[in-house]
Ligand binder design. Structure first.
Ligand SMILES: Nc1nc2c(ncn2[C@@H]2O[C@H](COP(=O)(O)OP(=O)(O)OP(=O)(O)O)[C@@H](O)[C@H]2O)c(=O)[nH]1
Ligand SMILES: [Mg+2]
Length: 360
């Protein structure tokens, strides 16, 4: 293991010492691919070792699971205690929380599980301490809340970088690259988009990632990083909201949008900014409410169902049951996405937030 860390270190040093331009792009691309493979090896050994024990094997529950990640003592336990039924110990010293504390929050009819994890991410990429278990909890979550306090603003960047090194992509889309492995024929790259990277660089990075025979369709303009991500097995793509707690301690409270540059300012203790924060979490989770209306019922908000945005009415019928989906032919809808109240629509119609639906 120590050997792999040393190898990564050495290659990183070489990258730092090589100026980046068209002429060195190929070489740097290969070095980055080499690092990615070494990191993948480390991640594999982590996932084998982790799982179970020490309060880290938390069962996912509810409609979504979010994780609070941040340095020690920034108020993660205070926040989870405010939002949920959890009772996480709060204290004015670091590392109060040493295992994962789960809580459940009801928000807009959804049950959202919130996990308070120990502030131990940094150092995880060097395989230190419990950071690795924390990483595996994060990898399994639907959303991250990266939280810090006014005196530790730089932690947001630092933790993001540490997570990136562990294969976690924050607020990014999975690159649109299709890889079909073959048994022979070498590497064939197809792209109908003009790429900045040369064909040769793309090909050699693919080889460096350990793929010998494959057809690769690239449907977007890609960077070296995105190509390597697409070729690595263990990348996860997770949305995140960035937060600064204890904002009761600062004078300038110009509210942010939840990005890393403009974190949302909250005070878990005083309750400031909590609504804006939850609003942002909700938007990023991409959950919506649809309301089921029974055959003889009037449309109402009585029977909500939480679903992922983007599903069709047919998908919803399937969720209710395969038999049910077989039987229903169309739907009647009410609410702001209906052209008129009681509109009959096909099951191919996309569900929207607030829609009332009767299957017929
Ligand atoms: N001023 C102020 N203090 C806060 C706020 N939230 C938490 N604190 C204080 O910060 C200290 C640490 O709070 P915790 O909630 O235990 O922090 P934590 O992030 O869970 O800490 P660890 O479990 O040790 O990683 C406590 O003394 C809290 O009372 C806040 O919004 N404003
Ligand atoms: Mg805590």
């Amino acid at each position: 293991m120590a050997d792999i860390y040393q190898q990564i270190e050495d290659i990183q040093k070489e990258i730092r010492e090589t100026p980046y331009h068209k002429g060195t792009e190929h070489h740097i691309g290969l070095l980055r691919a080499r690092i990615a493979r070494l990191r993948d090896k480390l991640l594999e050994s982590t996932s084998k070792k982790s799982g179970g024990g020490g309060g880290y094997a938390i069962k996912k529950q509810g409609d979504a699971t979010i994780v609070l990640v941040g340095p020690p003592s920034v108020g993660k336990s205070t926040l989870i205690n405010r939002l949920t039924n959890a009772n996480s110990k709060i204290a004015p010293y670091a590392f109060t929380t040493v295992s994962v504390i789960p809580g459940m929050m009801n928000y807009r009819n959804a049950k959202i599980q919130i996990l308070d994890v120990p502030g131990l991410i940094e150092g995880a990429e060097e395989g230190k301490g419990r950071g690795k278990e924390v990483i595996s909890v994060i990898r399994g979550s639907d959303l991250l809340v990266l939280i810090t306090e006014p005196t530790k603003i730089e932690a947001l960047e630092r933790i993001s970088t540490a997570l990136e090194k562990n294969g976690i992509r924050i607020n990014k889309e999975r690159p649109d690259i299709k890889i079909e492995k073959k048994t022979q024929g070498g590497i064939k790259v197809f792209s109908n988009i003009n790429q900045d990277l040369s064909k040769e660089t793309i090909k050699d990075i693919i080889l460096e990632m350990g793929i010998r025979n494959a057809e690769i369709k690239i449907n977007q303009k890609i960077s070296i990083e995105e190509l390597i991500d697409a070729l690595s097995k263990n990348r996860v793509y997770i949305p995140a909201v960035f937060v600064v707690n204890k904002s009761d301690l600062i004078a300038n409270k110009e509210q942010g949008d939840g990005s890393i540059e403009k974190p949302i300012l909250i005070s878990a203790q005083e309750g400031y900014g909590i609504e804006i924060f939850l609003e942002s979490v909700w938007k990023k989770l991409k959950l919506i409410n649809v309301y089921l209306v029974g055959p003889d019922e009037r449309p109402s908000l009585r029977n909500p169902m939480i679903i992922k945005d983007g599903l069709t009415l047919y998908d919803i019928a399937k969720k209710i049951g395969d038999d049910f989906a077989q039987k229903v032919k169309s739907a009647i809808i009410w609410g702001n996405s209906a052209k008129f109240e009681g509109q009959q629509v096909s099951l191919k119609t996309k569900a929207t937030d607030g829609m009332m639906v009767r299957f017929v």
